[in-house]
Design a protein around this ligand. Sequence first.
Ligand SMILES: Nc1nc2c(c(=O)[nH]1)N[C@H]1C(S)=C(S)[C@@H](COP(=O)(O)O)O[C@H]1N2
Ligand SMILES: [Mo]
Length: 247
Amino acid sequence: MKRRSVLAGLTALLSGGCSKLAETGPMSSLLASAEDWNRGLHDLMGRERGALAREFAPDDISPTFRGNGSVDPQEPDYVRHATAGFADWRLAVTGLVTTPLSLSLAELKAMPQRTQITRHDCVEGWSAIGQWKGPQLSLLLERAGLQEQARFIVFRCADKLGGSQYYESVDLLDAFHPQTIVAHELNGEPLPVKNGAPLRMRIERQLGYKHAKYLTGIEAVASLDDIAGGKGGYWEDRGNYQWYAGI
Ligand SMILES: Nc1nc2c(c(=O)[nH]1)N[C@H]1C(S)=C(S)[C@@H](COP(=O)(O)O)O[C@H]1N2
Ligand SMILES: [Mo]
C-alpha cells in the first residue's frame, strides 16, 4: 500500500467522502472496511507494514513461554500424530497455487531457515519473548507459485476450540514479510504441544491470535468471504477481535 493513497483515503474518510468513494474508483478496496482504517492509521503513525518487528537478544528470552487458547488438542488425528512424535505430519500448500505441495517436517527443515527472537503480544494482556526457527512462508509460496488472483493466505489448524476449527489468515504483505515464518522450534527445541507442535505460524507484526498453531495447511485464496464465518479467523468470526491486528 502506498503512503500517498493511505493519506488520500484517510482525508476522504475524515471529510465524509467514504461511502461515495468506496462505491467507485480505485479507492474502493482501500476504504472497504474499518480494517483499512486501522491499517491506514498504522502507516500514518510511521510504522510501515513492511518494517521489521524488534528482535531481542538471547538474554531477553522469557524463562517460560506460556501456552494460550488450545494447549493440548484432543482431536483424534492430532493425538495420533503426537503419539507418533509427529513423524508423518505434513503441511499442505493448496488453493490458488500452480503447484500444490505436501511437505514433510524433514522437507521444511531442509529449506533455508530463519531464527528470530521476538516478543509475542496476546490481546488478553500478556507478552513473552521467545526464539523461533523455521523457513520463511515466502519460500513455500514461491515454491508453490501463487496464481494471479490470490489475495490472502489462510492457515488451517488441527485443533478445535468450542467445537469449531481454529484458523487464521493474512494478506500478501504479511505473508511475504521476512519475519513471517513457519516455526518448528521454540528456544532451540522442537515446539512443545502447548505452543503448537509440530508447526505454527509466526506473524511478528501482528497480535498473538494471528499466529496459528498446529498448522496443517496453507491455502491461497482470492477472498475470505466463503471461509467459515467469512471474517478471516476464528476469533474474528466470533466478533471478538479485528482481522488486522498490527502491532
Ligand atoms: N490453532 C490455534 N492457534 C492459536 C490459538 C489456538 O487456540 N489455536 N490461540 C492463539 C492465541 S490467542 C495466542 S495468544 C497464541 C498463543 O501461543 P502460545 O500458546 O504459544 O502462547 O496462539 C494463537 N494461535
Ligand atoms: Mo492471544
